[in-house]
Ligand binder design. Structure first.
Ligand code: SAM
Ligand code: SF4
Length: 325
């Protein structure tokens, strides 16, 4: 699949649920309401839409949410997506809370890798950021993912002023002895929590400056493909790598290869724009695969060039947990 700007779209992020067992301050309000089950794609509907995407050239799928480990039948969904011939890379983004119990089964089902969100190493602060979470559960999840070889393990750190910005060097230091990719993400203004995100953003340049103040200049790791939003760096002598995802200060739209499928079956064309095309309604109304292929390919062609944050055009229709990040 190509868009009108010649970008090759071969990476699909599928949200399995909008629900979550945490309430991260930058992601959703504490009294968040979730969609009723009937509005979400069934297992079969997910599989059909991913198969259609694969027939159009998608070869990389990431499962996300909300919190994807809350989805019933997750291992079976993993197994079935992995069995689609074109899909070569299947990964999952999770808050890690339930991963301790699930990592081995997910690996056995065919999951290749996980990204785990971890913003702080301080238990009290973790509870403050996630409102409901306990750090010990995530640490258990990380250990289980490592033991199950869901690797290379990526740790996503959203940097938020006043919450964890003073801790970024310590988080980067995790890579000294561990072969992890620790990626620092700029806070993005999405939905109801946009004002908070605008007030609390710390740019990647500032995060990097703080890390370099402690560890000296970062080294560029060779072999960057230009499509991953995070160019890899290394602290001198470290086993793992660092990355900076600068969606706000330095958008990487020209290298974007992604499409997103929301849990309610809409093809979302850009993370930070509200343009979506409904696939679930035609599927439920009986559209055949060829018709759905056409809707998907035409929608992908219309993928917007980039987001409009610099012009204060903010995505407002959904919060991040409904899009999947
Ligand atoms: N629940 C899973 C998790 O937290 O990893 C998956 C879904 S979550 C929406 C995906 C990613 O988006 C997480 O790494 C999370 O930290 C990040 N995220 C959520 N809200 C964000 C925001 N406003 N700006 C930047 N990243 C955000
Ligand atoms: Fe849940 Fe992930 Fe959003 Fe946190 S970032 S509230 S874990 S969906």
């Amino acid at each position: 699949m190509y868009d009108q700007y010649g970008r090759h779209l071969h990476y699909l992020r599928v949200s399995l649920t909008d629900a979550c067992n945490l309430r991260c301050v930058y992601c959703m309000p504490e009294d968040m309401h979730f969609q009723p089950r009937w509005k979400l794609m069934s297992d079969e509907e997910i599989l059909t839409l991913v198969e259609i995407a694969a027939s159009l050239g998608v070869d990389k799928v990431r499962l996300t949410g909300g919190e994807p480990t809350l989805r019933q039948n997750l291992t079976s969904i993993v197994q079935q997506i992995k069995a689609i011939p074109n899909i070569h890379d299947l990964s999952l983004t999770t808050n890690g809370i339930l991963l301790g119990e699930m990592a081995a089964d997910l690996k056995a089902a065919g999951l290749d890798r996980v990204n785990i969100s971890l913003d702080t190493l301080d238990a009290k602060r973790f509870h403050q950021i996630t409102r409901w979470g306990h750090l010990v559960d995530v640490m258990r999840g990380i250990e289980a993912a490592q033991a199950a070889e869901l690797t290379p393990l990526k740790i996503n750190v959203v940097v938020t002023a006043g919450f964890n910005d003073h801790e970024v060097a310590e988080m980067a230091g995790l890579t000294l002895e561990r072969a992890w990719d620790v990626r620092f993400i700029e806070l993005m203004p999405v939905g109801d929590v946009a004002d908070f995100a605008i007030e609390s953003v710390i740019t990647s340049a500032e995060t990097r400056r703080r890390i370099e103040k402690q560890y000296g200049p970062l080294q560029e790791v060779p072999g960057y493909n230009g499509h991953d939003p995070a160019r890899p760096y290394r602290i001198s002598g470290a086993k793992g790598r660092l990355g900076f995802i600068s969606s706000v200060s330095q958008p990487f739209c020209s290298g974007c290869t992604r499409l997103r499928l929301t849990a309610d079956g809409k093809l979302r064309l850009c993370l930070l724009r509200d343009d979506e095309v409904d696939l679930l309604t035609p599927l439920r109304e009986g559209a055949d695969r060829e018709a759905l292929r056409q809707i998907m390919a035409e929608a992908a062609w219309r993928k917007p060039w980039g987001h409009g944050l610099a012009d204060h055009e903010l995505p407002q229709a959904r919060v991040m947990s409904q899009i999947g990040g």
